[in-house]
Write a protein that binds this ligand. Structure first.
Ligand SMILES: C[S@@+](CC[C@H](N)C(=O)[O-])C[C@H]1O[C@@H](n2cnc3c(N)ncnc32)[C@H](O)[C@@H]1O
Length: 358
């Protein structure tokens, strides 16, 4: 088994459990995991709600679940250690100080016709902040593996450097989409990548990388980022908003139709086109779930995201601070109070981020 096979197997199981099963996402497109989702979901959420403050304990709790023990039983030590490390990388996603979350990206999905996710800030993050809770595991890949991945148009994130060769990263950081006016840059250690902000990111804004000048074709001619849309660049270059049969226009209109409230006059939406950039705040109110679209989030028990969030954090989405009268307060204090400072991820102090929503 190559390093790439090992990492991709670990990544696929961990993101199936912690993203697809917990949040009802569809991140792992071709999952061959044979898991009983309903049983697992409650067990995993129980561990997350007990130990989200303590990534090391959370990893131990997840590793002690029967289906994970079963998965690891016949694996080599090197696989087990990679699995543990990668699980830790994903566990940081659930730490209350983590200032972003993974969310479904309706706008991009509409363009690419795939389920697209993104990283969205849940707190204000100052310029030049190291977002160390946003990690991915980095491994070297061979020239042949690189070619296969590129030819299959796989989303995996490949870094090429003359000095270190080709490497690939998998983990939460790989959900950062590209924008030509990016707000984070990649930093690397030997085994991981993480982000540093190069401008302020406000709560609700997407965390965005720049993949390079020619990642989406020559001069990024197929780039769908908001900056390209605003400046009529990339896929939006020479786009004539008045041309009826323009393919992009058709996509825009179907996007607008699927996101407008029932009182909207659809025929007028299709005759006077609204650029998507003016709808960007839709992402903030959607809570990745259509049910929250027109409702206040706080009391919306029908929203799966809000419900799961409340089970894990005992607070309304997107706040991760436990309420004083939470039933879990006692458990949290007794389980974690002694170890929190030593085992919390080496992240910037949570006070560096400010919450506009709390
Ligand atoms: C590293 S992944 C980013 C996460 C991805 N949205 C997901 O859910 O897996 C890169 C993929 O995201 C999409 N993407 C990101 N930024 C884009 C952009 N500016 N224009 C078009 N597609 C983009 C493309 O499908 C691309 O292959």
């Amino acid at each position: 088994m190559s390093d790439l096979d090992r990492l991709s197997e670990c990544d696929s199981l961990i993101s199936t459990i912690l993203l697809d099963i917990v949040w009802n996402f569809n991140v792992v497109k071709s999952s061959n995991c044979d898991l009983n989702t309903n049983n697992i979901k409650d067990l995993v959420i129980e561990s997350l709600s007990k130990y989200n403050y303590n990534p090391n304990k959370l990893v131990d709790a997840l590793l002690s679940l029967d289906f994970i023990k079963k998965h690891l039983r016949r694996k080599q030590l090197s696989y087990k250690s990679l699995f543990r490390d990668h699980l830790h990388v994903y566990s940081l996603l659930f730490h209350p100080s983590t200032p972003f979350e993974i969310r479904y990206n309706r706008r991009l999905s509409e363009f690419t016709k795939k389920s697209e996710y993104s990283l969205v800030a849940t707190k204000n993050i100052p310029k030049d902040t190291l977002i160390s809770n946003c990690l991915a595991t980095l491994i070297k890949i061979s020239h042949d593996q690189d070619k296969v991945l590129r030819d299959s148009n796989n989303d995996w994130s490949i870094l090429t450097s003359l000095t270190t060769g080709t490497r690939i990263f998998l983990g939460p950081a790989r959900f950062a989409n590209h924008d030509c006016d990016n707000n984070v840059q990649l930093e690397r250690t030997q085994n991981h990548v993480y982000f540093r902000t190069n401008q302020w990111i406000k709560s609700g804004q997407e965390v965005l990388l720049n993949y390079g000048n020619h990642y989406f074709g020559e001069n990024n001619e197929n780039c769908f980022c908001l900056t390209c849309e605003t400046n009529n660049n990339g896929a939006f270059k020479n786009l004539d908003y008045n041309t009826q049969d323009n393919q992009l226009r058709t996509r825009f209109n179907s996007y607008i139709r699927s996101n407008t409230t029932s009182s909207t006059n659809y025929s007028s939406a299709s005759s006077s086109l609204t650029p998507l950039s003016s709808l960007s705040d839709l992402n903030e109110i959607l809570c990745s779930n259509d049910k929250c679209k027109n409702d206040k989030l706080e009391n919306n028990d029908e929203c799966h995201t809000c419900l799961i969030h409340r089970r894990i954090y005992q607070n309304s989405w997107p706040s991760r601070n436990r309420l004083k009268n939470s039933s879990y307060q006692h458990e949290y204090m007794s389980e974690d109070s002694t170890s929190e400072s030593s085992s919390a991820p080496s992240s910037p102090a949570s006070s560096m981020y400010s919450d506009t929503n709390e």
